[in-house]
Write a protein that binds this ligand. Structure first.
Ligand SMILES: O=C(O)CCC(=O)C(=O)O
Ligand SMILES: [Fe+2]
Length: 289
């Protein structure tokens, strides 16, 4: 048996990678690149190794872009004609601001003060340290990026939940059945939720299991159940937006594919004074049974 000669993987500097990438994008052939590298003193074998690695990376990056999932239909309120208010099941909701791309809408009056208080009281009785779905395993785990406490109601668990869910479905034109149960989060002073995406990362091994129930998340509605004294806004770092948490207001945003190009990155800024309570409704592309 003959021994296979081992060849070490060449170290490719950032400058080298950029030069090969620029030349290839400018339309120069691999043969032309090889000739220039040899002319500037490269050994043929080493130059070939570098070209093979960098050109393969370029092709793979291009393929990844092309296999972006097609855009999904997303929840969307009827805002044609720029109405000041929308009728949502049993209540008039005000439209405070609407951004088109990415889609971000702030509503007020989605819940009455009494309904906010009732949800806080029901959730408070059941709070435990927040858990998020770990897409590596599909299991729940304590998430260090989120320093709030949280719990989930099942859909329609209390009359106030069912009423709220019917309102959300009417407001956003999305079936109640496609919504997850409400999640309630409680942030104490200093607590925050670092910027994140709400969709499930398709590259994580646990994601297919999570998607079996309802498919991807395509929109989020965060409703503020109280008004923290200072801090605790919902931030959208890609667009420099911070939504003030005001009791009964809600911020809606949608994302038509599980990809950062949706610019749906968002977080809960640290609460500086007072507490913060929110109810999050995640909407799936299909029935969440
Ligand atoms: O607390 C907030 O403002 C954001 C909450 C959030 O991002 C979530 O529940 O997914
Ligand atoms: Fe979120």
């Amino acid at each position: 048996m003959s021994a296979t000669p081992t060849r070490s993987v060449p170290h490719i500097t950032r400058e080298m990678r950029e030069w090969v990438t620029d030349q290839a994008r400018a339309g120069h052939t691999p043969e032309a690149l090889l000739a220039s590298m040899k002319a500037s003193g490269w050994e043929e074998d080493a130059a070939l190794d570098v070209l093979e690695i960098v050109l393969r990376d370029i092709v793979e990056a291009g393929t990844r872009q092309k296999v972006l999932p097609p855009p999904a239909r997303v929840p969307e309120p009827f805002l044609d004609g720029a109405p000041a208010t929308l009728w949502a099941h049993d209540r008039e909701v005000r439209v405070v601001m609407a951004m088109r791309d990415p889609r971000v809408i702030v509503f007020s009056g989605l819940l009455s003060d009494a309904e906010c208080d009732e949800i806080v009281a029901l959730a408070g009785a059941r709070l435990a340290r927040s858990h998020t779905v770990d897409t590596a395993t599909g299991a729940s785990e304590v998430n260090a990026a989120r320093t709030s406490d949280g719990m989930f109601f099942t859909r329609g668990e209390h009359p106030v939940c069912a009423r709220f869910e019917a309102r959300i479905a009417a407001l956003l034109n999305w079936p109640v059945e496609n919504g997850e149960g409400l999640q309630v989060l409680h942030y104490r002073p200093g607590a925050e939720y670092k910027p994140h995406y709400d969709y499930f990362d398709p590259d994580q091994p646990g994601t297919p299991a999570v998607l079996r129930r309802g498919g991807q998340r395509v929109a989020t509605l965060v409703t503020y159940l109280n008004t923290p004294t200072r801090g605790g806004g919902t931030t959208f770092p890609d667009i420099g937006l911070e939504v003030t948490p005001l009791k009964g207001h809600a911020v809606f945003f949608s994302y038509d594919r599980p990809h950062p190009s949706t610019r749906s990155l968002h977080g809960g800024a640290p609460v500086l004074e007072g507490d913060k309570w929110v109810a999050t409704k995640w909407l799936r592309v299909g029935r969440f049974d």
